[in-house]
Design a protein around this ligand. Structure first.
Ligand code: AR6
Length: 170
């Protein structure tokens, strides 16, 4: 089975897919950026399930590079897959943790049976990962991860992100 990679410019909360990936933080309790947008549009069911995860399996929070699914609430999707990207720092190479976000999200998607998955550019906002490098890691990891997901759709918020991902696909 081959996975098709597609690019869209826009707001990920407007996408219709089986699973929407959230660039969350370890608390799973919300934040700004994509995370804020997903909880706003998805409604309180998502946060309620995140709180239950914190009360059960993830008492210390979701570790960086891991992924976990919840309901998608009012979004046009069946699931939200929350993943925690690494904060970028010039003093330590955390690339494998960023790659892990994509691998782990696809693994969770496979467990769920999701066939279409939308990803934001994880870590490129508040976590300051340089866009070109983030795009290289995102596209390279998806290309090299065996999965039954048929379409991986990168949903890029602005021109700069869209162009960086286009260059990697080109
Ligand atoms: N749809 C698609 N992409 C978006 C959207 C949207 N609605 N909104 C922002 N982006 P960020 P991070 C882009 O900061 O860097 C949160 O507070 C944005 O332009 O959302 O992984 C969490 O709770 C950027 O390119 O995530 C964490 O604390 C990309 O999404 C922290 O931020 C990622 O930006 C995670 O930081």
């Amino acid at each position: 089975m081959t996975t098709t990679i597609t690019l869209v410019q826009g707001d990920i909360t407007r996408e219709s897919v089986d699973a929407i990936v959230n660039a969350a933080n370890s608390s799973l309790l919300g934040g700004g950026g994509v995370d804020g947008a997903i909880h706003r549009r998805g409604g309180p069911e998502i946060l309620a399930e995140c709180r239950r995860l914190r009360a059960s399996h993830y008492g210390k929070g979701l570790p960086t590079g891991k992924a976990v699914a919840t309901t998608a609430g009012n979004l046009d999707a069946r699931w939200v897959i929350h993943t925690v990207g690494p904060v970028h720092t010039p003093t330590e190479d955390r690339s494998d943790l960023l790659a892990s976000c994509y691998r782990e999200s696809l693994r969770v998607a496979d467990e769920l049976g999701a066939r279409t998955v939308a990803f934001p550019a994880v870590s490129t906002g508040a976590y300051r990962w340089p866009m070109d490098d983030a795009a290289r890691i995102a596209v390279g990891t998806v290309r090299h991860t065996p999965t039954a997901v048929e379409e991986v759709r990168f949903v890029l918020f602005d021109d700069r992100a869209y162009e960086a991902f286009s260059r990697q696909l080109g």
